[in-house]
Design a protein around this ligand. Structure first.
Ligand SMILES: Cc1cc2nc3c(=O)[nH]c(=O)nc-3n(C[C@H](O)[C@H](O)[C@H](O)COP(=O)(O)OP(=O)(O)OC[C@H]3O[C@@H](n4cnc5c(N)ncnc54)[C@H](O)[C@@H]3O)c2cc1C
Length: 377
């Protein structure tokens, strides 16, 4: 009988894992992929939606287009995971697995920051769309890009938001009437790559963007329009671009799978402490940054291990902990940082690639190749 592989979450990790298994076995594999949503959206599309470069409809990739031999994609909401029995409860029933892969991403912890639920943020699709409607009405004042806790997804994204905001206001002839401040709970914009951080700091200085390092937003008073940070300082704002604190989905905590907010795994194999249960991507403490590129790399490593195990071979260890992040510098230019998290786990290293138009094409290819591979679009 075929072994049943249950994949929880059809994001970067779940989509790639299911695709690799389907490519390897076709109908010879039995994969069930579960997601509560009806479409996938790339994280960086939220910036494009917020700045009015595209529409929500244009960036939604409906799951009905994810058609792979051997894979069933179900739209169900997972309510409980029993990692010992490898049994998953959803709003529509229960599923049992021989191998379970948890790829549920990170959730946003709005309760961790008083006032944030009533403020504006750009890390959810709805929040980015809401800001996309507010931005055209904004004409002067202080724009505050504020991160409410680390770790957070895509470490360069708040820096990109500040740089893109500079461009957006400049194009509308409003930059002189506005201030931009970025509050980041990191000592430098991209800690593994001093060169990338230097380039971003220079870009902030050239554009008169104030950078507040190593600080996080602790509370927001939407009546007074003031954000308070962790050293007690208050920052009045006219437009708040928030990044909520993150955590693994609560159901994983309720299922006893998390420690300190995330699912612990062996970084090289992505195995949890439960036999035949793996966790990949943003819900796991997988030893890399929280970004799609790294979720995908971890998913490929688990797929390779599962392919070997289904063939009764020894599972190879292939998770390299390497990946790239594209960085929007504004003015149509995109840079890139390639990061290696595992060669020296105490000191991840990064290689910086200067912003260019060619790199924009590289980023577009990153998106279009996944769109084609996963959705045939
Ligand atoms: C503004 C922004 C910009 C970004 N830019 C980049 C970038 O340029 N490059 C990059 O690599 N990454 C980028 N990212 C990060 C990237 O989007 C995430 O790191 C990536 O999606 C993580 O993949 P994942 O598979 O772990 O989780 P996700 O892609 O988040 O997928 C998790 C899935 O689980 C589902 N799920 C959760 N709970 C349940 C439940 N209870 N029941 C059923 N389904 C559930 C969700 O619906 C979701 O589809 C960006 C993120 C943001 C917010």
């Amino acid at each position: 009988m075929k072994k049943h592989i249950l994949v929880l979450g059809a994001g970067f990790g779940g989509l790639e894992l299911s695709t690799v298994l389907s490519e390897a076995f076709g109908d010879g594999v039995d994969v069930t992929l579960i997601d509560k949503g009806d479409a996938f959206t790339f994280g960086y599309s939220k910036l494009d939606v917020m700045f009015g470069r595209t529409t929500l409809d244009a960036v939604r990739l409906p799951y009905k287009n994810f058609v792979k031999p051997g894979v069933r994609l179900l739209q169900e909401t997972i309510t409980l995971v029993d990692p010992v029995a490898r049994r998953v409860t959803t709003d529509r029933g229960t599923h049992e697995a021989d191998f379970l892969v948890v790829a549920l991403g990170a959730d946003y912890d709005f309760d961790a920051t008083p006032g944030l639920a009533d403020a504006t943020e750009f890390y959810t699709v709805a929040g980015a769309a809401r800001l996309g409607k507010i931005l055209p009405t904004f004409t002067k004042g202080h724009v505050l890009v504020g991160v409410c806790g680390a770790p957070f997804k895509c470490p360069p994204a708040p820096s990109e938001a500040a740089l893109m905001m500079h461009d957006y206001l400049t194009t509308r002839g409003l930059r002189g009437a506005c201030e931009i401040t970025l509050i980041l709970p990191l000592e430098t914009p991209v800690p593994p790559s001093p060169e990338t951080s230097r380039a971003l700091l220079a870009a902030f200085a050239e554009r008169n963007i104030t950078f507040v390092a190593d600080r996080e937003v602790r509370s927001i008073d939407t009546q007074r329009r003031v954000a308070t940070i962790d050293d007690g300082r208050e920052f009045p704002y006219d437009l708040f671009l928030g990044v909520p604190a993150h955590r693994a989905p609560k159901i994983l905590e309720d299922s006893g799978m998390t420690e300190d907010g995330y699912v612990p795994v062996k970084p090289k194999t992505l195995e949890t402490r439960f036999p035949d249960v793996y966790a990949v991507g943003d819900c796991a403490r997988q030893g890399t940054a929280k970004a799609g590129y790294f979720a995908e790399g971890a998913a490929r490593a688990v797929a390779t291990a599962l392919i070997a195990r289904l063939q009764n071979k020894e599972a190879p260890v292939t998770h390299a902990g390497t990946g790239s992040c594209y960085i929007e510098f504004g003015a149509g230019l995109v840079g890139r940082v390639d990061v290696d998290f595992f060669s020296n786990p105490d000191h991840p290293t990064g290689t910086y690639h200067e912003p260019s138009v060619a790199m924009r094409a590289d980023k577009e290819h990153f998106g279009s190749s996944r769109r084609a591979r996963w959705f045939g679009l």
